[in-house]
Design a protein around this ligand. Structure first.
Ligand SMILES: Cc1ncc(COP(=O)(O)O)c(C=O)c1O
Ligand SMILES: N[C@@H](CCOP(=O)(O)O)C(=O)O
Length: 419
C-alpha cells in the first residue's frame, strides 16, 4: 500500500524529471510530471501524488515562507506574493478552558489572500506556467477562487471560477471580482461546481487548480513543515496532535504527505508524527462517517448545509489520500454543530485571533474531543485556523455584538456608557 507512514523511499523511475514524478496512489502507474496535463491516473482514474527520489531533511530548508521548503517542492521558486510564515499563536485562556497541556493556533488566515489556499496556488500557478496552459479554473466555496484570482493575476494568466450561488461569503467574492476572475454562479452546491470544472478540464478548456491537482497539495505540505519546525523550536518536541477543519480533505492529505516524506528521509521518527484529527460540520460530514465506519473512501452527501460555508462539501475528492493519513497517524474525525463553531469563533476572537467560521471548527472539535476524553489533558495540540475573519463579514457580525447608536454629543455618550 503506497500510503503507509513508513513506506520506503521510492526508487526513481525512468519517467522522472529532476528526481520528480507523478504516481497513482491506487495502481502505482508513474507519469512524467510536466510533459502532459493530467490530474488523475490514465489507467485507473486514481488520485495522483507527486513523488521525489530524495525526500527532504531539516538541513535542506532555508529562507522564509513556502519557498523555504523548496527541497520538498517541485521547483526552486514559484509565482509568489509571498505566502506562508504564518503565526503560531499562543492562546493561554483557551488552552486552560479546553484543558490541554499546550494549545497553539496556526493561523493560515494571515496568508496574502487570507487563507491557506495561497500555499497551494504559489506552486499550482508555477506548474501551470511550466505546462504552458491557458485559462486557469476552479470550483470554490470561496477561498480557492480568491487565491486563484490573485495568483493568476500575479502570473498574468486568465482565471475562471465557478461558485455555488448564494453560498459564498462576501469577502471571497469581492476578492475574486477585484482580481479580475471571470465568476460564474452555479445553481448547485460546491460538489456540482467541481463536477463541471472537471468536465471542462477533461475537454481541455481549462487548467484545473482545485486540490485534485496534486501540485496544489505540494504547496500545502508546508503548513505541516512550518508547524513542526516552529513547535520544535519552542518546546524541543513535536505536537502530539494537529486538529484541522476538513472540506475537500486537501490539507489532511498534504500534512500527511509532508510527515511521510520526513519519515522517509529519517528527519522524523514514525512515533513523532502528530495525530491528524479532522473536524467537519454536522451538516457536511462525509469524512467523519468514513472514519467511523473504517471506509477507504467517502460516500457522497448530496444535501449539505452549514454556516461554515467554506466546508459545505459533500464529496471530498481527496478522501482516499486523507483517510490513510488519519488512520496511520492514530488520529480521528469528529463533527460539530454550527452553534459550537460560533462559540469557538468567539473564543478565538477573545484571544485576538479573528477567523472565519470553518476555521473555528478545529477549536470546536478539539473542545468536543477533550470533553469526551478522546484527547488527553497531557496533550500538546496545534489547531489549524484556515481563513481570516474578514472573509465572512456577515458571520462575524452575527457572532459579535451589535454597534450601539449614540447622539453626536460627549455627555450623551457618557450617559449611554453609564446605562
Ligand atoms: C477556510 C477553509 N477551511 C477549511 C477548508 C477545508 O480544507 P480542505 O479542503 O483542505 O479539507 C477550506 C476549503 O476547503 C476552507 O476554505
Ligand atoms: N474550501 C474550498 C473548497 C475547494 O477546495 P480545494 O482545496 O479543492 O480547492 C474553497 O475555498 O473553495
Amino acid at each position: 500500500m503506497s500510503l503507509e507512514l513508513t513506506a520506503p523511499t521510492p526508487e526513481e523511475p525512468s519517467v522522472a524529471d529532476d528526481g520528480t514524478w507523478l504516481e497513482c496512489i491506487e495502481c502505482g502507474a508513474q507519469f512524467a510530471p510536466f510533459e502532459d496535463v493530467r490530474y488523475t491516473c490514465d489507467d485507473c482514474d486514481g488520485l495522483l501524488e507527486v513523488r521525489y527520489a530524495t525526500p527532504p531533511t531539516w538541513d535542506d530548508f532555508d529562507g522564509r515562507g513556502v519557498w523555504r521548503y523548496n527541497a520538498a517542492l517541485p521547483f526552486e521558486e514559484g509565482v509568489s506574493l509571498p505566502e506562508g510564515a504564518t503565526p503560531l499563536h499562543e492562546v493561554p485562556r483557551l488552552e486552560a478552558a479546553i484543558g490541554v497541556e499546550t494549545l497553539r493556533i496556526k493561523h493560515e488566515g494571515m496568508n496574502p489572500t487570507g487563507s491557506f489556499k495561497d500555499r497551494g496556488m504559489t506552486v499550482g500557478v508555477r506548474v501551470a506556467k511550466e505546462l504552458g496552459v491557458g485559462r486557469l479554473a476552479c470550483a470554490s466555496t470561496g477561498n480557492t477562487s480568491a487565491a486563484l484570482a490573485a495568483y493568476g493575476a500575479r502570473g498574468g494568466m486568465e482565471t475562471l471560477v465557478l461558485l455555488p450561488s448564494g453560498k459564498v461569503a462576501a469577502g471571497k467574492i469581492a476578492q475574486a471580482a477585484l482580481h479580475d476572475a471571470r465568476i460564474l454562479e452555479v445553481d448547485g452546491n460546491f460538489d456540482s461546481c467541481l463536477d463541471i470544472v472537471q468536465d471542462l478540464a477533461a475537454r481541455g478548456e481549462v487548467y484545473l487548480l482545485n486540490s485534485l491537482n496534486p501540485f496544489r497539495l505540494e504547496g500545502q505540505k508546508t503548513i505541516g513543515l512550518e508547524i513542526l519546525e516552529e513547535f520544535h523550536e519552542d518546546y524541543g518536541t513535536y505536537p502530539d496532535r494537529i486538529v484541522l477543519p476538513v472540506g475537500n480533505a486537501g490539507n489532511t492529505s498534504a500534512l500527511y504527505k509532508a510527515f511521510r516524506e520526513l519519515v522517509q528521509s529519517g528527519a522524523l521518527d514514525a512515533d513523532e508524527v502528530p495525530k491528524l484529527t479532522g473536524v467537519q460540520a454536522e451538516g457536511a460530514a462525509p469524512m467523519v462517517e468514513a472514519v467511523e465506519n473504517g471506509w477507504d473512501d467517502t460516500k457522497r452527501w448530496d444535501d449539505v448545509e452549514t454556516k461554515a460555508t467554506a466546508i459545505r462539501i459533500g464529496n471530498p475528492v481527496n478522501a482516499p489520500k486523507a483517510l490513510p493519513g488519519i488512520r496511520e497517524t492514530g488520529g480521528t474525525a469528529v463533527s460539530v454543530s454550527d452553534e459550537e463553531i460560533t462559540e469557538a469563533q468567539r473564543d478565538l476572537a477573545a484571544e485576538g485571533v479573528g477567523v472565519e467560521p470553518a476555521s473555528a471548527a478545529s477549536v470546536a472539535g478539539l473542545r468536543k474531543l477533550r470533553n469526551e476524553g478522546v484527547v488527553g489533558e497531557d496533550e500538546q495540540v496545534v489547531c489549524l485556523t484556515t481563513g481570516h475573519l474578514l472573509k465572512d463579514p456577515d458571520a462575524a457580525f452575527e457572532a459579535g455584538d451589535d454597534p450601539e447608536p449614540v447622539p453626536n454629543d460627549t455627555d450623551a455618550v457618557l450617559d449611554h456608557l453609564a446605562e
